[in-house]
Write a protein that binds this ligand. Structure first.
Ligand SMILES: NC(=O)c1ccc[n+]([C@@H]2O[C@H](COP(=O)([O-])OP(=O)(O)OC[C@H]3O[C@@H](n4cnc5c(N)ncnc54)[C@H](O)[C@@H]3O)[C@@H](O)[C@H]2O)c1
Length: 326
């Protein structure tokens, strides 16, 4: 039996990844600090859901605390770490960059240090398409330059990638961190997604008959990735990646912002009233993934179209309305 430690296990992606691993028979030790970036009650409900599995153990604590990490890894039976815990979100990072540096950079160092301390050989790090920043060459390829981050969030994720590369270089030959997969997620959505994300906010506003604030003229392009596809990519990286390797995990189908709004409106069953606003600081115009490396090396093949994925999300939102409206 394999035991996987997952930081940020009670978050959106962490819950889905945990559930997939538990359902295939792995044991999961989750670490989460239930912070108030969004309503912690949502994360508590996620953790409660995971605790129905016999193979799930929760440690409530902070990735910045070596003691918390000892509580996760101290049993000595953990085979791999999936490091998802972070302060996410581009716009809030402009407001509080130090917090993002503390959690996403210093916190990642603590997780890597703990991996070395306990001799963990396999490590997966959640990075972000935002590292491509002002890159104008599309689609984005893993070998493209990433020296133009547009937000503190993007800069901290790039720093996390570089630290992963440094730790792999320093320690892999002696055992720990032999496989270190950096995964650049492209706008992940689906049931349970963070309430401050655009698809969640638009769904809620449409149901309540409110206008839809659209930043820019609607032509910005995003590569939306359904959460089940991301989970498949994370698990494939955990099982198959070798050495230090960066992979894009995208949906493969870039979609205009106005088309995404139309897809949400169709799933909700309303005619949206759009209010056009200026682009926000930190936002980038285009994110489009080239996922050929993940396809070739991990067998990654996104399965879910935006229309199907949004329809699943809206169904989930209707059933969990009270939770997500809190
Ligand atoms: N959702 C996306 O579209 C997306 C896109 C690119 C990258 N990512 C990355 O994927 C990861 C997961 O994102 P998500 O959307 O599930 O976000 P999320 O906020 O739902 O999940 C993150 C979890 O980490 C926990 N956490 C945060 N700081 C912590 C700390 N110091 N100690 C312990 N736990 C802590 C939070 O409480 C939360 O439960 C993040 O690293 C994020 O940057 C997400």
């Amino acid at each position: 039996m394999t035991t996987i430690a997952i930081t940020g296990a009670a978050g959106f992606i962490g819950t889905h990844v945990s559930e997939m691993l538990l359902s295939r028979g792995d044991t999961v030790v989750g670490l989460d600090n239930f912070n108030d970036f969004y309503d912690p009650a949502i994360k508590r409900a996620n953790a409660k859901h995971l605790q129905r599995w016999e193979g799930f153990r929760l440690v409530e604590g902070d990735i910045q605390s070596p003691e918390s990490l000892d509580a996760v890894l101290g049993s000595g039976d953990v085979d791999a770490i999936i490091h998802l815990a972070a302060r996410a979100g581009v716009r809030p990072s402009v407001e509080d960059p130090s917090l993002y540096a503390d959690v996403n950079v210093r916190g990642t160092i603590q997780v890597l240090e703990a991996a070395v301390r306990y001799g963990i050989e396999r490590f997966v790090f959640a990075s972000s398409s935002s590292v491509y920043g002002a890159n104008t060459k599309t689609p984005f390829h893993e070998e493209d330059p990433v020296e133009l981050p547009e937000s503190p969030y993007a800069a901290t994720k790039r720093a996390g990638e570089l630290l992963c590369r440094t730790y792999h270089h320093l320690y892999a030959t002696t055992g720990p961190l032999q496989s270190l997969a950096v995964l650049r997620f492209f706008t992940v959505y689906g049931p349970g997604q963070r309430p401050e994300m655009a698809i969640s906010k638009f769904t809620k506003r449409m149901i309540q008959g409110q206008t839809i604030p659209m930043f820019g003229d609607g032509s910005s392009l995003r590569d939306y990735t359904y959460v089940d596809d991301i989970v498949a990519g994370v698990v494939a990286a955990l099982d198959r990646s070798q050495g230090y390797r960066i992979f894009n995990l995208g949906g493969g189908q870039p979609v205009r912002l106005d088309a995404m709004i139309a897809a949400v409106a169709k799933a909700v069953g309303v005619e949206p009233v759009i209010e056009e606003l200026p682009m926000q600081p930190g936002d980038v115009q285009v994110t489009v993934s080239d996922c050929s490396r993940a396809r070739e090396e991990l067998g990654y093949l996104p399965q879910t179209s935006l229309n199907d994925g949004i329809s699943e999300y809206v169904k989930w939102h209707m059933m969990n309305r009270h939770d997500s409206d809190r």
